[in-house]
Write a protein that binds this ligand. Structure first.
Ligand SMILES: Cc1cc2nc3c(=O)[nH]c(=O)nc-3n(C[C@H](O)[C@H](O)[C@H](O)COP(=O)(O)OP(=O)(O)OC[C@H]3O[C@@H](n4cnc5c(N)ncnc54)[C@H](O)[C@@H]3O)c2cc1C
Ligand code: FES
Length: 717
């Protein structure tokens, strides 16, 4: 049965997001790429690289390897444009050999006409066509587009316009078998008709909801009457295509070849045709409609692996039952490794819901506690209300709040997330030290609940940057580094390119070190791109190479002896004297301040020497006169005296207020407070960032005023 469903196309009901706006100039480019593709490449900063790549990979003929590949295939996917200008994607199958290349500029396609296939109308003589040949049992695929030459109803030839290879990502492995004669067209003379409210609607929904694979056709009329049609494969975890409330489809765009054939076409000509197939029963679902591309917004941050989104607003939908003469069976363990690294809409939607509630304290349940060594325990946490974890950056910390017996108010501390953003969970790893860490170690069990706010902090790494990174950790300073390494490995597997990274990890003894097995696994997964140097101050009972790579301390001699001559980004975390020694040593080697990123866990900030042309203004002097400080929310007032030199946090606490604070050293940002009037300054520049109208009151004091006016400082407290 053939049925067509027509739905009102509208972008209105989908979640708030601004699609890419692009108007082609109407002139052609001298590049192999058209304006839309170049615009998308520019948006991600790869246009210069792609200009070179395009010249190398886009060919006007079929190379020998492709000429041999196509005859092996039992099916191919075509993109074609009907007389209304609507683009359709379709699957057509026949016994291997139905595609063959009589010469490098042609591909002969032996398939009969099928009036039930809405794409068929676009396969007339001299029409532009796109094709992808894909071998689902090996993941090989190649693409071409060109022009139809047709002299009979039994087949046609494609005169090659562009031909190129395609990478095998996101393809689920499947084996095929034919179930009937592919030359016989089954469902004949079935007119397409409108029938939106029937059960078919549910069938279409079910097919899309279960799909891990579909194909998309798009096209562009280039200046000079050159029409180019593209058809492309898309894969993900089942359900990666979301059906929105208004009937539109939202699709995450994962890391790919950065050509942007499909999305470049869509922004220049906002139309798309999709084809889904039920691999088990041969049903084919075809959709044509309008489309757009979204490059930012919370849903992209929330959907693991999504680099952007695109949407299709269906106008015509055709479901053809058992239209294909071929069936496929999933191969055991045939799921695409790339797809397994991507997310799903349910998790993404929970994250978006959590983001809307990010500034409040939320209850987190301790789902697992792992003893990493004699002094460090890891706590795995998840939101009690079932909303997802918030998106975070590798290296950021989680502010937590616990009620400790004997303390009259909840205590706040910050703990770096030792999990990575792709883990979809929070893990903090806590060293037993004072009140809160001991409470976590000794009194909390799996199932207990603590409070946490949104992850925060500026200490994070770009896993996709090309410059090698050197992570230097001392003791518990390993927590941000393990998060960063996890993220680098995940991104490396996802994008098939690892950021070269060194980890120098210092511990006093073998027993004081944590995450040994996890580190070894990460190094293995990074396929040679991560180098681990474990340094023990006291290697008694430890075996060189098995348990450590160097003894003593991490110093510049060790770094110089092991690091190749290169330009690095350094990341430091550890006890204050360790960090200061590392920083001073690196600066002594002429490493610029901006290349050294550091996180302090306590109140002692790193004393930085800024580069000769600092981009930061000098810190203002502190007020030299007594200054009235008003706490506006509580209605309290007090006097700050230069002779006491108290911080604004201490002043507020003296006045009986209990502002939130954790590190008390300008490192975590917990004490950020709005300044309603006046200015503050700091003895040393804090590492946590603030907006111009905010103060880190744990280390701020009133700043001197230019005219020594006695204007009070007003804080929103
Ligand atoms: C950005 C950031 C990230 C952080 N990440 C981590 C992390 O990943 N893992 C981690 O374990 N910590 C981390 N911390 C540190 C953490 O926030 C706490 O500061 C730490 O756990 C100590 O808190 P506490 O309540 O246990 O100790 P507190 O009671 O606050 O004591 C602080 C210090 O004083 C000492 N002390 C306490 N009482 C006494 C006493 N009576 N006599 C002598 N000394 C005393 C303690 O030994 C401790 O060193 C981070 C801090 C920041 C700012
Ligand atoms: S309490 Fe950490 S920055 Fe102020």
């Amino acid at each position: 049965m053939n049925t067509s469903i027509t739905s009102p196309a509208s972008a209105a009901a989908t979640p708030a997001a601004t699609p890419v706006q692009f108007t082609p100039s109407g002139t052609d480019t001298d590049s192999p790429w058209h304006e839309g593709e170049i615009h998308m490449q520019k948006l991600v900063g790869v246009d210069a690289r792609m200009a070179e790549v395009g010249k190398r990979v886009l060919r006007d003929h079929l190379i020998e390897q492709h000429r041999q590949f196509y005859p092996q295939l039992p099916f191919a996917v075509f993109g074609a444009v009907d007389d209304n200008g609507d683009v359709w994607a379709t699957l057509r199958a026949n016994h291997p050999g139905f595609l063959h290349s009589p010469d490098p500029y042609q591909l002969a396609v032996n398939i009969p006409r099928d009036p039930n296939d809405p794409a068929d109308a676009g396969m007339d003589d001299s029409k532009a066509i796109g094709m992808i040949g894909i071998e689902l049992h090996t993941r090989r695929r190649n693409r071409l587009n060109g022009t139809v030459t047709r002299s009979s109803d039994d087949g046609f030839a494609i005169r090659v316009g562009h031909s190129y290879g395609n990478c095998p990502q996101y393809i689920q492995l499947r084996n095929f078998e034919f179930t009937r004669d592919p030359m016989a067209v089954v469902s004949s003379k079935n007119k397409l008709h409108a029938d939106w409210e029937s059960t078919l609607n549910d069938q279409a929904h079910a097919m899309i909801a279960a799909a891990d694979t579909f194909f998309v056709a798009t096209y562009l009329d280039r200046p000079g009457e050159k029409r180019e049609v593209d058809v492309s494969h898309r894969g993900g975890k089942p359900g990666f295509v979301r059906i929105d409330a208004n009937g539109s489809l939202t699709i995450p765009d994962f890391a790919g070849n950065l050509f942007f054939n499909t999305l470049g076409n869509i922004i220049a000509n906002p139309k798309a045709g999709l084809v889904f197939t039920d691999f088990a029963n041969g049903d084919v679902l075809q959709i044509t409609g309008d489309a757009d591309v979204i490059i930012d917004g919370p849903e992209i941050a929330a959907f693991q692996g999504a680099e952007r989104l695109w949407r299709v607003f269906p106008r015509k939908v055709v479901l053809r039952k058992a239209a294909l003469p071929i069936r496929w069976r999933d191969q055991t363990d045939g799921a695409s490794p790339n797809s397994l690294l991507t997310g799903d809409w349910e998790t993404a939607e929970r994250k978006v819901a959590a983001m809307q509630n990010a500034i409040t304290w939320k209850n987190l349940k301790i789902t697992r506690i792992v003893k990493e060594n004699r002094i460090i325990k890891s706590f795995h946490l998840e939101p009690l209300d079932g909303t997802g974890t918030l998106p975070y950056k590798a290296g950021q910390h989680l502010p937590i709040r616990v009620t400790v017996p004997g303390h009259d108010k909840p205590l706040i501390r910050t703990y770096t997330l030792s999990s990575s953003p792709s883990d979809n969970r929070y893990r903090i790893s806590v060293k037993r030290e004072g009140v809160v860490s001991s409470y976590l170690h000794d009194h909390l069990a799996e199932g207990d609940v603590i409070e946490a706010r949104a992850p925060a902090g500026d200490f994070s790494i770009d896993a996709n940057a090309k410059r090698p990174a050197v992570l230097i950790a001392g003791g518990i300073g390993i927590t941000p580094m393990i998060s960063m390494l996890r993220h680098i490995v995940y991104e490396g597997l996802r994008t098939r390119g690892f950021r070269p990274t060194w980890l120098f990890y210092a511990a006093r003894t073998r027993e004081d070190r944590a995450f040994d097995d996890e580190l070894v696994e990460l190094v293995k997964a990074a396929q040679g791109s991560i180098r681990l140097v474990r340094v023990l101050a006291d290697p008694t009972d430890a075996e060189p190479r098995r348990d450590y790579e160097a003894s003593g301390h991490i110093d510049m001699n060790l770094l110089r002896s092991l690091l190749p001559f290169d330009d690095f980004d350094f990341y430091l975390c550890g006890p204050p004297p360790f960090m200061q020694a590392m920083y001073d040593g690196l600066r002594g080697l002429n490493i610029t301040d901006t290349r050294i990123h550091a996180e302090a866990f306590g109140p002692a900030s790193l004393q930085r020497r800024h580069d000769s042309q600092p981009d930061l203004p000098e810190l203002a002097p502190a007020s030299s006169t007594e200054t009235k400080v008003d706490f506006s929310s509580s209605g309290q007032s007090t006097i700050w005296k230069p002779v006491d030199g108290k911080t604004l946090l201490e002043l507020a606490e003296d006045a009986g207020l209990a502002p939130e604070a954790s590190c008390r050293g300008g490192n975590c940002g917990t004490c950020r407070t709005k300044i309603l009037q006046g200015n503050v300054t700091y003895k040393t520049r804090p590492s946590a960032k603030t907006a111009p109208d905010e103060a880190l009151i744990c280390c701020a004091v009133p700043a001197a005023t230019e005219d020594d006016s006695n204007e009070p400082l007003v804080l929103e407290l």
